[in-house]
Design a protein around this ligand. Sequence first.
Ligand SMILES: Nc1ncnc2c1ncn2[C@@H]1O[C@H](COP(=O)(O)OP(=O)(O)OP(=O)(O)O)[C@@H](O)[C@H]1O
Ligand SMILES: [Mg+2]
Length: 246
Amino acid sequence: MNTEDLSLEDVDLFFGKKQILRGICLRVRPGEICGLLGPSGCGKTTLVRIAAGILRASRGRAVVLGESMPKLLAMARIGYMAQGDALYPALSAEENLQFFGSVYGLRGKALRARIAELAETVNLSEDMKKPVHLYSGGMKRRLSLIAALLHKPSVLILDEPTVGIDPLLRRGIWAHLRGVAQEGAVILVTTHVMDEAEQCNRIAMLRDGALLALGTRDEILSAAGAVGLEEAFVRFSGGAPEEGAV
Ligand SMILES: Nc1ncnc2c1ncn2[C@@H]1O[C@H](COP(=O)(O)OP(=O)(O)OP(=O)(O)O)[C@@H](O)[C@H]1O
Ligand SMILES: [Mg+2]
C-alpha cells in the first residue's frame, strides 16, 4: 500500500449498542478528491472523524500516511475541518489563523504570507481584522477552511466545507481544492450537495452507515442505470448494491 494514501479498512463503529458504521472500505490516493455523499445522519461525520484520528474505529482501522490512526505523526500532516467551526469568537480572523499556524510551528513572515495568500482565495482579505463573532456562517466556514490549509497538509479532511457559501465563491473554493489535489494531496470531503459531489474524482455513497456505491460519477451512473447522482442514490437505496459498483 502507498504510504501517502488514506485508507479505511473494514471499519465498524458502535456508539453504545447502536451500530453507526458498517464494514467501510475506502482508499483515497494522492491527487484524488473523494466525496462522501449521503443523507443527514448516515455517518459521514463519524467516518471522517475516524479518518482524522479523533474517533477510534470499533473494528477495522484507518491507515493514514502509512500510520494506523490515531497517530500524532500522521495527524500533524492532516488538515481537518470539522462540521462545526472551532474558532475563537473574540479574536479576529487573523489572530485565529496566527494561533492555528503557531500550533503547526508556522510563524513570522512566512505565516503572514500564507494567511494573506489563502485569505485571497476565499475572498476574506478585507475581513481579516474583524472579530469572528461578527462573521456570518459562510465566512466562518471559509475561515475554518483556511485554518485547515495553513500548514499545506498532505491529507485534507473536510466536513461540509461549503455550507452557506454562495455558488460563485464555492466554485472558486473547488478550483483551489483541485489545485491542492493536483499538487499531490489526498482529499476526503463530505457533502450532501449532488453538484458538489460531481466535482470529485470519486464518490462514495453512504446510507445507514454502509457504502452503497463507490466510483467515478460515470461509473456510478452506469452501474445504477441512472442519469443523475440523485437518481442513482435512490436506485441503490432501493436494493442491494449493484455488482461492480462497490
Ligand atoms: N457521540 C455520539 N453518541 C451517540 N450517537 C452519535 C454520536 N455522534 C453521532 N451519533 C449518531 O451517529 C449517527 C451518524 O451521525 P453523523 O454525525 O456521522 O451523521 P452525518 O452523516 O454526518 O449527518 P449530517 O449530514 O447531518 O452532518 C447519527 O444517528 C447520530 O445521531
Ligand atoms: Mg455530519
